[in-house]
Write a protein that binds this ligand. Structure first.
Ligand SMILES: Cc1cc2nc3c(=O)[nH]c(=O)nc-3n(C[C@H](O)[C@H](O)[C@H](O)COP(=O)(O)OP(=O)(O)OC[C@H]3O[C@@H](n4cnc5c(N)ncnc54)[C@H](O)[C@@H]3O)c2cc1C
Length: 383
């Protein structure tokens, strides 16, 4: 049973982090109001684009594994409560030469966290997964607890679950400013000012607008995604093909199985992602170099698809200089809790981001928080 909490909490930003936070706060009885400048879900922020990866064997470090495991349980809870499916478990592969840093990091993580995994030789991979073109000395590290999300459906499910528990969503309401007063924190919008006890800032790529961070700490980058038609679509669906991350001299990318009945999605990693001057003006233009080098990588490494994309689109996300999210109290006012700079990682562990943020709102600390996400680490490093 949920016990009503008289505290009023605003969540600014209703992408996956804000909607999950709203859900988690609502389960603790808070009076929650969520603001977004668009609707929730929307296709302007970081939480859209047909597919996202869930993986447990984490090249970014074994310290994330407890958060990933708990997130997985919360994803199941959300799907059960909303009677929906947003995550298809198809397994995951890290593919490359075993000496490549990310491949070695995945094997180290599996061993350090004692996670089920298989290291498949090129011959075993070719038999099980003919979708991938492989060099004879490459391996595939198989993660059985991995899968593919439908991000728009996931945001919608989290929002509906938050609403079911009483959260109030204010769509098309841009927050212009946050003000700290002695007895409240104010949210200023074009429609008026609202008083709250606490505020959560989950503004994704718009992180430089309502926080203390400038672009030397966290900035919005442009990511490109491309869809390539599969010759045998069924073979490239999650029933037959895991999600994968590829590291190869011809290119590096994340690869998402076909969800649209036509082809796979490729997110190239091998060219630096561009800094955006303004998140509101995310350009649709994509340089030929990006398209051609990705076509080349796909032609070399994905034999079952036609290497000419039928869809090329741009997306944005907030990235910190050290690649770890920022989660915890603002140094400006501890009543403001930050959950920003997810650095290309945030979807999979968003339920636990919501839970950790709710801990900070409730008690000022969280036993699930990990040190690398400390919201005040940049203050210390600059002092
Ligand atoms: C192309 C791409 C691929 C990715 N792949 C993966 C993956 O495979 N697996 C994974 O785990 N992660 C992945 N990520 C990262 C993950 O998707 C993000 O970390 C996550 O979606 C971030 O969610 P968010 O809620 O922080 O941001 P957003 O979804 O951008 O939400 C922020 C919201 O805040 C609103 N907002 C901003 N400013 C204001 C304001 N002033 N007033 C009101 N509203 C405001 C925006 O409108 C927006 O809706 C990927 C990211 C991208 C871009």
């Amino acid at each position: 049973m949920i016990t009503a909490n008289p505290e009023k909490v605003a969540v600014i930003g209703a992408g996956i982090i804000g909607t999950m936070t709203a859900w988690q706060l609502a389960t603790r009885g808070y009076d929650v109001t969520v603001f977004d400048q668009w609707n929730s879900p929307n296709d302007r922020g970081a939480s859209a684009g047909e597919s996202r990866i869930f993986r447990t064997i984490y090249k970014e470090g074994p310290e994330y594994v407890p958060i990933l495991r708990k997130s997985f349980d919360k994803w199941q809870e959300l799907q059960t409560n909303q009677n929906t499916s947003v995550l298809t478990m198809c397994g995951g592969l890290m593919i490359g030469h075993p000496d490549i840093e990310d491949v070695a990091a995945v094997i180290d993580c599996a061993q350090a966290a004692d996670l089920d995994h298989e290291v498949l030789s090129q011959t075993e991979m070719a038999k099980r997964y003919p979708q991938f073109g492989l060099d004879s000395d490459e391996v595939g590290v198989f993660d059985p607890v991995a899968g593919v999300f439908r991000p728009e459906a996931a945001v919608l499910a989290a929002r509906k679950e938050a609403e079911r528990l009483g959260a109030n969503f204010k769509a098309y309401t841009r927050v212009l400013n946050i003000r700290s007063l002695s007895h409240s924190v104010m949210v200023d919008t074009a429609d008026g000012a609202y008083a709250f006890d606490k505020i959560v800032v989950s503004t994704g790529p718009w992180v430089n607008e309502l926080t203390e961070f400038d672009s030397s700490t966290v900035e919005a980058l442009r990511l490109v995604a491309m869809w390539f038609p599969a010759k045998d679509v069924a073979l490239h669906t999650p029933e037959h093909m895991p999600i994968s991350i590829r590291r190869h001299p011809e290119g590096g990318f994340s690869c998402f199985p076909a969800l649209d009945g036509l082809g796979i999605k490729i997110l190239p990693h091998h060219l630096a992602w561009k800094t955006l001057d303004s998140v509101d003006d995310l350009p649709r233009f994509i340089e030929n170099e990006v398209v051609q080098s990705t076509e080349h990588a796909v032609a070399c490494l994905m034999p079952g698809v036609d290497p000419i994309p039928y869809r090329v689109s741009t997306w944005t996300e907030g990235f910190t200089v050290d690649g770890a999210p920022i989660v915890g109290p603002s140094s400006a006012d501890s009543r403001i809790v930050l959950a920003v700079g997810m650095s290309g990682q945030g979807f999979k562990f968003s339920p636990m981001m919501g839970s950790i943020v709710s801990d900070f709102v409730e008690t000022g600390s969280s036993s699930d928080a990990i040190a690398i996400m400390d919201s005040q680490r940049f203050d210390r490093s600059s002092s």
